[in-house]
Design a protein around this ligand. Structure first.
Ligand code: NAP
Length: 303
């Protein structure tokens, strides 16, 4: 056992996956939890991955050794304000939000000095959400980034690191603003591009009837999967990682214009060199074990 009592605030994909993994491994003595709606709380009572589901976050965190904030980024401040006065001295508070600077600013002011706050971000997810979508293998061989600062208690960090490792994650630490820039490149902007491409195709469908669906086997199908991700979560990501995503989108637009010009002027060398460079990046991802070369991207074996 790593923690006696773990409280999960928010009971969706990430929290339910954590609960399933902790139960499988016996790393938490007891798991409490709460969600915003009575519907989700009742669902979790039925599914049974929490020992106790409370109606409020304040009740859920009572006597907890670890509190995990697993709500959309825009809801973090209200939750932190509610739980702040009810935290046990010495408890660790972490979160799983996809953006870090905004979460640190929203949460930290509401926590007492005697509570350890260690922001976190598991780089794992699916396009599904809610309490039924979780599964214990979600974090296996995925990165979990923890964001300690100079004052972070070494024992608290070590314990949280052990928990993520027990769930199969590879743990790394990073500085908060650097995290937001890296994730803008690797996750946030790609999602925005997928949303845009699917939106464009939807406009086109009015002209070409069902062809967009019928012939979507190639790249477009992957875009539709990404573009099916939770609207609340992704709205909050862009509202809260504004500077980094705008910076990366600016660069993206410049490169897109350069490719557009190469197509118009028939500059095949430019296109070829560019595609060769990007292909090498893909090879690097496979070599790093972060994806598979299988034709279905290995999805047949994942949920
Ligand atoms: P999810 O499946 O949509 O679950 C979100 C949970 O938060 C639900 O239980 C929801 O309650 C609760 N909630 C929503 N608004 C709330 C509010 N204002 N106050 C209290 N509770 C509220 O989301 P998720 O995918 O687990 O994501 C949770 C966090 O993990 C987000 O910050 C997200 O950025 C981050 N994250 C997500 C992924 C991913 O791919 N999904 C990956 C890494 C990190 P109800 O069900 O009652 O509405």
């Amino acid at each position: 056992m790593i923690y006696g009592r773990v409280a999960l605030i928010g009971l969706g994909l990430i929290a339910s996956s954590m609960a399933h993994a902790m139960r499988r491994d016996g790393t938490a003595g007891e798991i409490t939890g709460t969600a915003r709606s009575a519907e989700t709380r009742d669902a979790v009572r039925q599914i049974g991955f929490c020992d106790l589901v409370t109606d409020t976050a304040a009740e859920a965190v009572a006597d907890a050794d670890l509190v995990v904030l697993a709500v959309p980024v825009g809801a973090m401040e209200a939750v932190a304000r509610e739980i702040g006065p009810h935290l046990k001295p010495g408890a660790t508070v972490t979160d799983v939000g996809s953006v870090k600077r905004a979460v640190v600013e929203a949460v930290k002011p509401h926590l007492a000095e005697n509570v350890h706050f260690i922001p976190g971000h598991p780089l794992a997810g699916t396009e599904h959400s809610g309490p039924y979508s979780g599964f214990p293998e979600l974090f296996e061989n995925r990165w979990c980034i923890l964001l300690p600062d100079a004052d972070t208690d070494a024992d608290a960090l070590d314990r949280l690191t052990r928990l993520w490792k027990s769930m199969g994650a590879n743990v790394d630490t990073m500085e908060v603003d650097h995290h937001d820039l890296v994730l803008a490149v690797t996750s946030h902007c790609p999602h925005l591009i997928a949303y845009t491409m699917v939106g464009v195709a939807d406009d086109l469908r009015r002209v070409t009837d069902s062809e967009v669906i019928k012939y979507s086997a190639a790249g477009f199908r992957d875009f539709t999967r990404i573009a099916a991700s939770d609207p609340t979560m992704w709205r909050d990501v862009f509202l809260n990682n504004k500077d980094a995503t705008l910076e990366i989108l600016g660069r993206f637009t410049e490169e897109l214009f350069a490719l557009q010009r190469a197509i118009r002027t028939g500059d095949g060398d430019h296109l070829f060199d560019y595609f060769e460079r990007t292909r090498a990046i893909r090879r690097g991802i496979i070599e790093a074990g972060q994806d598979t070369d299988a034709p279905d991207f290995g999805r047949g074996t994942k949920r």
